[in-house]
Design a protein around this ligand. Structure first.
Ligand code: NAP
Length: 231
């Protein structure tokens, strides 16, 4: 395993050259370009340059397209980890009301597609909420499963959820904490204390979705090494 650290001032041409070198290297099974990129670099251009068969992040349009069609592909790591958690804890999704908060390309949008697909973990009725959603409460209160990926603490509070709800908290936020060694602690998008009293399942932050994201990335890389998807 290798990590190529580049200066934040790297030019687009230089970064594209690194990507191309990795694409061509037969000893490299898969790789990711850690996002977000500095503002002067075009994220889409870089993602498009990655060979889809080595795109273990699952962000290339070929993999996203295959995911939407239910074809074999590398699933984006965080949504893949969420699907794994729902599967391994035997949490039913078929016919359930799922409310996803946040529509990012890496979490909200792909997980909304995955859970609405005709699949073992799927067949849900999915509502995708975002900053223009007029009445978030109306959606969250009827949700059987809530997936929050916003990046704002306390986006979901106890009054917004029904008894027995399943909560997947994706958000990672730093909040000041003078008692913590670093001066801050990490919290999710959900008020864990309040909501856990009503939830049947709730993922902690840290120690929940983040861990599963890492595992999923390793699963995709293992699959790439076996040439399971693209031969
Ligand atoms: N645990 C993990 O492995 C993992 C992985 C990825 C991300 N994260 C964390 O998850 C959080 C979200 O990241 P992301 O990349 O998915 O999203 P993002 O690109 O940061 O976008 C945030 C999303 O939240 C929506 N939003 C903002 N305010 C809202 C509000 N008041 N009500 C409803 N929706 C609102 C935005 O709507 P608009 O589209 O309308 O702007 C947008 O779709 C961050 O804290 C990030 O660090 C964690």
């Amino acid at each position: 395993m290798s990590c190529f650290r580049k200066d934040a001032g790297i030019s687009e041409e230089e970064l594209l050259a690194v990507v191309e070198k990795l694409n061509q290297d037969p000893d490299i099974d898969g790789f990711i370009v850690q996002l977000p990129l500095p503002d002067h670099l075009d994220e889409h251009k870089i993602t498009l340059a990655i060979d889809p068969s080595k795109d273990v992040d699952g962000f290339h349009p070929v993999n996203i397209g295959r995911m939407a069609l239910g074809l074999p592909c590398y699933l984006p790591a965080t949504p893949c980890g969420i699907v794994q958690m729902l599967s391994r804890y035997d949490i039913p999704t078929s016919g359930k009301e799922v409310v996803v908060i946040g529509r990012s390309n890496i979490v909200g949008t792909p997980i909304s597609i995955l859970l609405s697909r005709k699949d073992k973990v799927g067949n849900a009725t999915v509502t995708l909420c975002h900053s223009r959603t007029t009445d978030l409460l109306e959606h969250t209160r009827r949700a059987d499963i809530i997936i929050a990926s916003v990046g704002r603490p306390n986006t979901v509070t106890a009054d917004m959820v029904k008894e027995g709800v399943v909560i997947i908290d994706v958000g990672i936020n730093r909040v000041e904490d003078s008692e913590a060694a670093k001066g801050y602690r990490l919290v999710g998008d959900v008020d864990f204390e309040g909501v856990s009293a009503k939830a049947s399942y709730i993922t902690p932050v840290p120690g929940g979705v983040g861990q599963m994201t890492v595992v999923s990335l390793l699963m995709n890389t293992f699959s790439a090494s076996k040439r399971e998807i693209y031969g």
